[in-house]
Write a protein that binds this ligand. Structure first.
Ligand SMILES: *Cc1c(COP(=O)(O)O)cnc(C)c1O
Length: 399
């Protein structure tokens, strides 16, 4: 018997749940792009996005997904042949490295594995060896969505500062912006990359590149910056069309305006971070209880290195796939597939899955996902420790 009829829930780590308010805000005829409300809305929208990223720097917006923002960010600071150092602990770090390579950069990777956050000491050690200052940029992923590892961005910056190395610090916050605490200016991030479809509760289609003064200065030697990807007119437009290098993504902007209003109504970005932290703790409490004496395991053992936006999990293959399929078919909850922890053609691939808890999520949604997982494990005979739901409920009750 299927109990899936009712409102379904896509609990994957992006695209995330679209609030009805965001959907409704977009359900309007096309507005004029030459004058009127849309044109007047942009300066406020840009200011509110900067507040979410905690920066007084610049913002260029691209019609594109996270990959577009990755490329845009690099194109505006690199010359062909420049060396970049990429800190990797999941497939998204590798993906950004590939974009850099295809742009003509010389890419060096430090791989920190798939269970632990990047070690600031190893970064410092590598930078100290670079006495000629060849490394132009250090690339880090704040939350690698494939492993759910959260990097200590402030700690990595401190390690860079301790060496006196002059490289730019570029951070992918595509999964984390609007979920995990991010203090772009206070943490010394030179370039921050984000996108609309995760913590910002919107459809995919808007790529965000925030950049500070040092990165803006690097633009002068960036031979990779072609006309369309150039961030200068987008960040400081003289005419409205320059914000987007052409027609504005009008409905995406209307949705984003509504999402930013929702963040403000909740009490601002720090209230949103606090909600994500609490809900993540509920997820971890359930997973810890299930894992004690059971087969479920969180990929990231250290709570300080776990994202508040997504949790990656392992079960003996093929139980993760069986569990995902059960949750969708029987309960209307879709969990995320495992990414990058085993090759897709390897039977081990069926031993990983992820819970997305980013953006428009609240206590009953998270408890619903957890209750569904527990029911699925019971139905499928997956051995798990007792008390997972009760442990999650206790975290929620303490809120
Ligand atoms: C989703 C994601 C990306 C890629 O974004 P797309 O919109 O799919 O191009 C990159 N980095 C991280 C950390 C992500 O979570």
């Amino acid at each position: 018997m299927s109990l899936s009829h009712g409102r379904s829930y896509l609990a994957i780590p992006g695209p995330s749940v679209l609030p009805d308010r965001v959907l409704n805000a977009m359900h309007v005829p096309s507005p004029n792009i030459y004058e009127g409300a849309l044109v007047e809305m942009l300066p406020g929208l840009v200011a509110d996005l900067k507040a979410v990223a905690r920066t007084n720097g610049n913002l260029a917006i691209y019609i594109g997904n996270g990959h577009a923002a990755w490329e845009a960010a690099l194109a505006n600071v690199l010359a062909r042949g420049d060396k970049v150092l990429v800190l990797v602990n999941g497939i998204f770090g590798l993906g950004w490295a590939t974009i850099a390579e295809r742009l003509g950069a010389v890419v060096e990777i430090i791989d920190f594995g798939r269970a632990e956050a990047p070690d600031p000491d190893r970064l410092a050690e590598r930078l100290r060896q670079d006495t000629g200052g060849e490394i132009r940029a250090v690339l880090a992923v704040h939350v690698d969505t494939s492993t759910s590892i959260r990097a200590d961005i402030a700690g990595l910056r401190a390690a860079m500062d301790a060496t006196g190395h002059g490289a730019l610090f570029m951070v992918d916050a595509i999964a984390s912006l609007g979920c995990d605490r991010m203090e772009m200016d206070a943490w010394g991030v030179d370039v921050l990359v984000a996108a609309s479809q995760k913590g910002l509760m919107c459809p995919p289609g808007l790529g965000l590149v925030f950049f500070g003064a040092k990165a803006a200065a690097a633009r002068a030697r960036a031979t990779c910056a072609t006309a369309y990807w150039d961030w200068v007119p987008r960040a400081a437009p003289e005419h409205f069309y320059q914000y987007f290098g052409g027609t504005a993504p009008v409905h995406g902007l209307l949705g984003l305006r509504e999402a930013l209003d929702m963040i403000a109504e909740e009490g601002g970005i720090s209230a949103v971070w606090a909600r994500h932290e609490k809900l993540a703790r509920a997820v971890w409490a359930a997973c810890s209880a299930w894992g004690a004496g059971g087969e479920l395991r969180m990929i990231v053992a250290d709570p300080a290195a776990r994202s508040h936006a997504v949790t990656a999990l392992a079960l003996p293959a093929p139980e993760a796939t069986r569990l995902r399929e059960w949750c969708t078919a029987k309960a209307g909850v879709t969990l995320g597939i495992g990414l990058g922890l085993a090759p897709p053609d390897d039977p081990a691939w069926h031993g990983y899955f992820r819970i997305g808890h980013m953006g428009h999520v609240n206590a009953h949604m998270v408890l619903g996902v957890l209750g569904t997982i527990e029911a699925g494990m019971l139905a499928l005979g997956i051995v798990h420790g007792a008390g997972g739901l009760a442990a999650a409920a206790r975290i929620i009750a303490e809120a």
